[in-house]
Design a protein around this ligand. Structure first.
Ligand code: NAD
Length: 497
């Protein structure tokens, strides 16, 4: 059986804790790999390597950093297929979707290649007689990243390329459910010339995370995962004096107005609800049909959903793969089983589905629930599986009020031909990312990604300008070069005149 080790100080390091976790191929249900779980001491070794590397990397030139990043970009580009195959083997998503994940991660490496522009400071000359003021941004030191299972390559790439481009060194703790892509990303970074210790990967569970949260040499923590853990990370790391951004779970709504192109809306709903088997933080999990659109929209969604081919991720004809674990599959199924008793109409029930020849895989088919009451568990909780809830609203106002009452505020979308309604929605809806006739509005790399309310704890979104701000701190330098006529003691507060 394959073992996934840690990556510390530029090399693979075998775990010494004696603790391992199982990694499963979701399509077969077989345990294919074991992953080492780091002890607190092993985390300390990774942080020590990062701290030692920071002494040099933190003061390295922008030219040196970007030279590495450009080489890294080329290497990642050449290894897209290999990375996607690693993702599919442990996560289960279909190869085309895994390739999309790698491409979206690569986008942030490309952003980091342009750090020379983003790290430019500001200079004001002659703010007073012979006085200049410069604002500059400097790295923080050692930064930790803790990432979820659903994007085992992309979410780490949301973090470390920008962090190291800004001059920080990094310790990544990827999901223990699919750890191999993160290790491969670190190996390729070393091949690109990233100095030893600048990027480290420790595998593990809560023990490793909690050590990172309290470690005195970790300056900041980036987290992406579920809401309860995001809250724990934010509270604990903040209490230890660290800068924190903790992105949590989601329940993303799509509002469909009566004037929308219903075929386009149905295409979008099916793609965004069932893509990656619903295991996306930007999945559409609730459609709010306004006015009399509901029956026709549900019929169109159903017609499309019934045609989706489910199968192993490495089969090029598969459009949707299995879920990450059997326990998760059973939990997702429980929402569908309980829906009718809680007042929903079960239009499609995907539970009990299996794939011939892969009977032990973590399969579930597509489920569609209509007229779901807001009190139903399937609506109130994040399911993170291929279950789409449709709710009905009489008016635009009722629909927006429903969305705004949700405790989450990650992404949302409106489908309409009415520019005025779309503009109103952009301003009135309480979510961090909004799509207008776009179902998964995951922003491009040079804009930032982040939600509101229980979808993000902390002030900064990830990547884009927010990412650069998160991974740097500001300094303002006021300079005067003396002139013979200057001088003399002045106890007054400088008034800059
Ligand atoms: P998770 O919260 O279970 O795990 C995330 C990370 O936290 C993992 O590395 C895990 O090892 C660690 N962890 C788990 N339990 C912990 C504990 N008790 N103490 C300390 N660390 C712990 O999330 P997941 O199941 O891997 O991922 C799915 C979740 O992530 C969903 O809720 C999804 O919405 C969310 N997500 C959010 C975004 C976003 O951008 N907002 C993006 C992707 C995923």
């Amino acid at each position: 059986m394959k073992t996934v080790h840690h990556w510390i100080d530029g090399k693979s390091v075998e775990g010494t804790s004696g603790e391992f976790g199982p990694v499963t191929d979701p399509a077969t249900g077989a345990v294919t790999t074991r992953v080492a779980f780091a002890s607190a001491e092993e985390v300390d070794a990774a942080v020590a390597a990062a701290k030692a590397a920071y002494a040099t990397w933190g003061g390295s030139s922008l030219a040196a950093r970007t030279a590495v990043l450009f080489r890294y970009r080329a290497l990642l580009d050449a290894h897209r297929d290999e990375l996607a195959a690693l993702i599919t083997a442990e996560h289960g998503k279909v190869h085309s979707d895994a390739l999309g994940e790698v491409a979206r991660g690569l986008e942030i490496v490309e952003l980091a290649c342009g750090i020379t522009t983003q790290l430019k400071g500001e200079l004001s000359t002659e703010v007073s007689g012979r006085v200049d003021v410069a604002s500059i941004r400097q790295p923080l030191g050692v930064v930790a990243g803790i990432t979820p299972f659903n994007f085992p390559a992309m979410v780490p790439m949301w973090m470390f390329p920008l962090a190291v481009a800004c001059g920080n060194t990094f310790v990544l703790k990827p999901s223990e459910k699919d750890p191999s892509p993160a290790i491969r990303l670190a190996e390729l970074a070393a091949e690109a010339g990233l100095p030893d210790g600048v990027l480290n990967v420790v595998n593990g569970d809560r023990t490793a995370v909690d050590r990172l949260l309290e470690h005195p040499d970790v300056a900041a923590v980036s987290f992406v995962g579920s809401t309860p853990i995001a809250r724990h990370i934010h509270t604990t790391a903040s209490a230890h004096g660290k800068r924190v951004q903790a992105l949590g779970g989601a329940k993303n709504h799509m509002l469909v107005l009566p004037d929308a192109d219903l075929d386009a809306a149905a295409d979008a709903a099916v793609s965004a609800a069932y893509g990656s088997a619903g295991e996306r933080c930007m999945a559409i999990s609730a459609v709010v049909a306004v006015g009399d659109t509901g029956d026709e929209l549900v019929a169109k969604i159903r017609e499309r959903a019934e045609k989706i081919k489910i199968g192993p991720g490495d089969d090029p004809t598969s459009e949707m793969g299995p879920l990450i674990t059997r326990a998760h599959r059973d939990k997702v199924a429980s929402y569908v089983h309980g829906a009718a008793a809680q007042g929903a109409e079960v239009v499609l029930d995907g539970t009990g589905f299996t794939v011939e020849g892969y009977e032990d895989g973590h399969w579930i088919g597509l489920s569609l629930l209509d007229k779901v009451p807001t009190s139903a568990d399937a609506y109130r909780e994040e399911i993170f599986g291929p279950v789409l809830c449709v709710l009905r609203a009489e008016t635009y106002e009722e629909g927006v009020a429903l969305i705004n009452a949700s405790p989450w505020g990650n992404g949302t979308a409106i489908f309409t031909r009415d520019g005025g309604a779309a503009r109103r929605f952009q301003l009135e809806v309480e979510a961090g990312m909004v799509g207008v006739n776009v179902p998964i509005p995951v922003p491009v790399g040079y804009h930032s990604f982040g939600g509101w309310k229980h979808s993000l704890f902390g002030d900064h979104h990830v990547y884009g300008n927010d990412g650069v701000h998160f991974y740097t701190r500001g300094k303002v330098v006021t300079t005067r070069w003396p002139d013979p006529q200057d001088g003399g003691v002045d106890l007054g507060f400088p008034s800059h005149r």
